[in-house]
Write a protein that binds this ligand. Sequence first.
Ligand SMILES: Nc1ncnc2c1ncn2[C@@H]1O[C@H](COP(=O)(O)OP(=O)(O)OP(=O)(O)O)[C@@H](O)[C@H]1O
Ligand SMILES: [Mg+2]
Length: 456
Amino acid sequence: MKVEEVKSIVKTQRISAHSHIKGLGLDENGFAIQAAAGLVGQEQAREAAGVVVDMIRSKKMAGRAILLAGPPGTGKTAIALATAQELGNKVPFCPMVGSEVYSSEIKKTEVLMENFRRAIGLRIRETKEVYEGEVSELTPVETESPAGGYGKTVSHVIITLRTAKGSKQLKLDPSIYEALQKEKVEVGDVIYIEATSGAVKRQGRSDAYATEFDLEAEEYVPLPKGEVHKKKEVVQDVTLHDLDAANAKPQGGQDVLSMMGQLLKPKKTEITDKLRQEINKIVDKYIDQGVAELVPGVLFIDEVHMLDIETFTYLHRALESALAPIVIFATNRGRCLIRGTDDVYSPHGIPLDLLDRLLIIRTMPYNRSDMEQILKLRANTEGLEIDPDAISALGGIGTKATLRYAVQLLTPAHLTAKINGRNHIALEDIEETGSLFLDAKSSAKILQENKDKYMS
Ligand SMILES: Nc1ncnc2c1ncn2[C@@H]1O[C@H](COP(=O)(O)OP(=O)(O)OP(=O)(O)O)[C@@H](O)[C@H]1O
Ligand SMILES: [Mg+2]
């Protein structure tokens, strides 16, 4: 199994609407602080999420599932993302939206399986022979290009690594020079180079180079102790999906046509069930040998009512497996039709037998003062100035429509303010934008009242 070159592939999250959220905002006893870490109110749901975090940390929860249920704009997605923040970046968190399974290229269950494996981490500890130290010299040595062109090529690179105990000069292959460039290694960085594979890891800037005026977020590390050439325990966090992807073979044959095809299309790799089983076997072996440790993470499926009966059945089975992450579902639906059936209605559009094994966390509509607090927070993170009576008017709109709608009005209101020659949002800007747009409820009402004027 390929482990050394495995790069973690983390799904990028669509979090811009939630960028103010930094965690669940609980105190040391697990009680919610009214406003903390970017979250306001919704105390019970936050405390429940805190219990979930504890269970995940103590690994008491693999294979269990949670449902966040509540009306639109009550913070379900926000709380799920806050849970991820609390877990930290060593515990995998894979967010997806129910409708993602409907891809025209991949089977629905395949999408689910891939995301399941993105949510299961493996911490691998290996003792490796390395050269480690602060880079005190880095010189590429060039020769005339052997191809006879005008260019020059790097024939090798001279690097000197320094530790508290001494220093060592190494002459390295050009391939390692590329690796050094990829990691953006410069003189003054602390790095290690794996002796067998030549893999380069930049650990940070040596703290001898720390300056008071450094504005960039740079991580400073102390000068390594011990010899440059030594054995070191290297810890690597990967997910099962990372391992699948790194060990999958590119699709297509070796003939010219399929190679052309690969040039035109981005290279696709095929992860088969057989490959996954093989990876599982090796993972099991690693765990038995004590080299690796399983880190069950979280699979977050937002808008779960978008899944259909086939995917629900598959999910239910997958949850039974020993290798299951914790699954957090969220939905704003009440009783509705289960997709893929003609007439099976169920609470939240989730089959009853699956619903039966979920722990359900409810989110409640916000009161006006919570809403105003959240709106102020959002305005702050977006760098917008807003008058108190404008906040209060937005709060009023939020209670009639949803919080999300009120949050979304902030940007157009800011534009209106600018057109009116102001930098801060005033009451009249809110009134003006409020009259330009409709929220979902009012729009639905207008449709209902003017049924005969629309095509249907
Ligand atoms: N308690 C809260 N504290 C701070 N911000 C919040 C809170 N609840 C919601 N928000 C913010 O309000 C907006 C709407 O919330 P969110 O998207 O989480 O609602 P939701 O319950 O997932 O809605 P939907 O059912 O429509 O998906 C987001 O920008 C979110 O970050
Ligand atoms: Mg949501």
